[in-house]
Design a protein around this ligand. Structure first.
Ligand code: UGA
Ligand code: MN
Length: 308
């Protein structure tokens, strides 16, 4: 029989055993939770470092054909467009100048922007240059771009992006998956305000444009993209030297093309993601006064100005 003191110490011992057990359970639980947390963090880090699945990593390439020509605004336009294109993955920028030779100032600007590019030249034929009437602007450049793609590209999508227009980068991700031809609205075209396919009950049902001019495709240059594979299937497709009918002529030369094969982008043509903007023309810069500024920074700046 235990004495009351011994009984008390036995009770105390039991109590402290229980407390110790409680403490160690708590400790193990803490260690378990902490380890689980650390593991989860490490796992997340590991997953974030894994390469993306092939279809996420390699998007179809985009070929952006940009006609350009020598004028005071040229480098400003290319800089603005170039930094827009810098937001777009897997893109080759084909900058094609209406000139007989390349301009080192343009090459320098393109290098500085850092978008992958090819800088080519394609002069407007003399007969059009000399005319007093409307000139077919950017046509030899764009046809040169098509020749480049026929020789160098097998897949992806081409788009004609004039150097002076404005582009929301979302349109590039949308056009990237074009199967044959895709179209969407272009803002700021003529007094009509917009040039757009008309969609009725989900189907292409004509075009809205300030000037139809008997065109089958009264669309703006900034409002359509074409698959490179489809271009290969139409080896004779090209742009005509016919002012006002460049887009129409080119799209017609892609025949046969059914209306239901034209993909309607920008939320089925309910959004404007490209604008036909125009830059105010600036006068050519006068030569700097060499005696006054010859030994200053202006002597360097003077060489950066594009004069017609
Ligand atoms: C509109 C269309 O959007 C053009 O695609 C079309 O070629 C032109 O009209 C036309 O029908 O002649 P618009 O804004 O009036 O364009 O013309 P610009 O912006 O002056 O020229 C279109 C593109 O061609 C630009 O990228 C421009 O840099 C280039 N261009 C212009 C040349 O390469 N050479 C020139 O002499 C003039
Ligand atoms: Mn323009």
């Amino acid at each position: 029989m235990l004495l009351p003191q011994a009984k008390e110490s036995k009770v105390n011992e039991n109590l402290s055993n229980k407390m110790a057990l409680g403490k160690s359970i708590k400790m193990y639980l803490t260690i378990f939770i902490a380890t689980t947390c650390i593991y989860m963090v490490l796992y997340q880090y590991h997953m974030s470092r894994q390469p993306l699945a092939a279809n996420e990593l390699v998007k179809p390439p985009l070929y952006i054909i940009t006609p350009t020509y020598r004028r005071p605004e040229q480098l400003a336009e290319l800089t603005r467009l170039g930094y827009t294109l810098k937001h777009v993955l897997n893109l080759l920028w084909l900058v094609i100048e209406d000139a007989n030779k390349t301009n080192p100032l343009v090459a320098h600007t393109l290098d500085r922007i850092g978008v992958p590019y090819e800088y080519l030249v394609a002069p407007m034929p003399e007969q059009y240059k000399l005319t007093k009437r409307a000139k077919p602007r950017g046509v030899s450049n764009r046809n040169r771009g098509l020749d480049y793609l026929r020789a160098n590209a097998t897949e992806g999508v081409l788009y004609f992006a004039d150097d002076d227009n404005t582009y929301d980068v979302n349109i590039f991700e949308q056009m990237r998956y074009t199967k044959k031809v895709s179209m969407w609205p272009v803002g700021l075209v003529t007094k009509t305000g917009v040039s757009s396919p008309i969609i009725r009950e989900g189907k292409l049902d004509g075009y809205y444009d300030g000037w139809i001019g008997g065109r089958k495709y009264p669309v703006d240059m900034a409002g359509f993209a074409v698959s490179v594979k489809f271009l290969h299937e139409r080896p004779h497709a090209k742009m005509p030297f016919k002012p006002g009918y460049e887009e129409d002529g080119f799209l017609r030369s892609l025949a046969p093309l059914q209306n239901n094969e034209i993909e309607l982008l920008a939320d089925e043509c309910r959004e404007i993601l490209t604008w036909h903007t125009q830059t105010k023309k600036n006068p050519a810069a006068l030569p700097f006064n060499q005696t006054r500024y010859g030994n200053t920074n202006l002597a360097f700046i003077e060489k950066l100005l594009v004069r017609p």
